[in-house]
Design a protein around this ligand. Structure first.
Ligand code: AMP
Length: 284
């Protein structure tokens, strides 16, 4: 069966039903890969992971207004639907859901899912309501599709933990599959927002991963505060001056950690290069 493009809930559910009862003639399993489009290599890796685990792969493309703040890049978020469809099809997607705004937020829609503890730290501090938007759209997509699996990237590690908590707390019968951060040849985490960077800014951004990898060694011999200072100074001397946060937190629950037990720690950073916000994380 060739790829099916669907744009509303009825279309989505009948396409899933056709695939579930189609040529496979079994209780075929379904994996969903939610994206905001502008498909790149990392999204393709998510689809490949989905295919490894399930019979049918559904990718979604939706730039979700609810997760953008008033001064963020919702209006200029890159869009490339035709190219996106080609790329998603080439890695084996069966269904691509590109919902209209009304299919996700019909008139009278009044819901915001909040996962308060995990959402209040790191990116949640400067982006209030961001994770409410993420949790709400992901809950809708999982419930609209009834997917058995959903694939998410560790690049957005806080988001991954929030979604794991979402399905656990709401008893959504969907298994979350994480994939590691996909990086370009310079180690920069691939992101749709990287295309906002000019050549000079891209070369500054290439330092992020080098510095974070050095932090792994630094952390072995130093206390938490010293490693954070090391990262901060390294950012500043490589031309990264606008730092949102540099934090070291528990890998499982984002709790603060202290020097008495430095294990199971992950370094999280968010910085701006010009107006482009970049995030990254690494296990220490
Ligand atoms: P986005 O379209 O940016 O909202 O991302 C859709 C999904 O792709 C999310 O699960 C992201 O975590 C994941 N993703 C985006 N970039 C990367 C990357 N470089 N490595 C791994 N996963 C990624």
């Amino acid at each position: 069966m060739s790829v099916e493009i669907v744009r509303d809930l009825r279309g989505l559910q009948s396409s899933i039903a056709r695939h579930r009862n189609g040529p496979l003639n079994t209780a075929a399993s379904l994996a969903i890969v939610p994206t905001m489009g502008s498909i790149h290599e990392a999204h393709e890796k998510l689809v490949i992971e989905a295919k490894r685990n399930a019979d049918i792969v559904l990718a979604t493309i939706f730039v979700n207004p609810m997760q953008f703040g008033p001064n963020e890049d919702f209006n200029k978020y890159p869009k490339s639907e035709e190219e996106d469809i080609k790329r998603l099809t080439s890695v084996g997607c069966n269904i691509i859901y590109i919902p209209t705004l009304e299919s996700v937020y019909p008139e009278g829609f009044d819901l915001a899912i909040n996962i308060p503890k995990l959402s209040s730290v790191l990116c949640g501090k400067k982006r209030p309501n961001h994770f409410e938007g993420v949790s709400t759209i992901v809950a809708k997509l999982l419930l609209q599709s009834g997917a058995d699996y959903a694939v998410f990237g560790e690049k957005d590690y806080q988001q991954l933990l929030i979604i794991k908590s979402l399905v656990k707390n709401l008893d959504i019968p969907c298994h979350i599959l994480p994939i590691e951060t996909i990086r370009d040849e310079n180690g920069l985490a691939i992101s749709s927002r990287n295309q906002y960077l000019n050549v000079k800014n891209k070369s500054i951004a290439n330092n992020i991963n080098i510095i974070m990898k050095s932090a792994v060694d630094d952390y072995k011999n130093k206390d938490i505060k010293s490693t954070i200072t090391f990262v901060e100074n390294s950012f500043l001397s490589s031309g990264i001056e606008n730092i949102d946060y540099i934090e070291i937190r528990d890998n499982n629950n984002l709790n603060a950690i202290n020097n008495n037990d430095k294990s199971n720690a992950r370094l999280f950073i968010a910085i701006y290069i010009n107006d482009t916000r970049l995030i990254d994380n690494i296990m220490l």
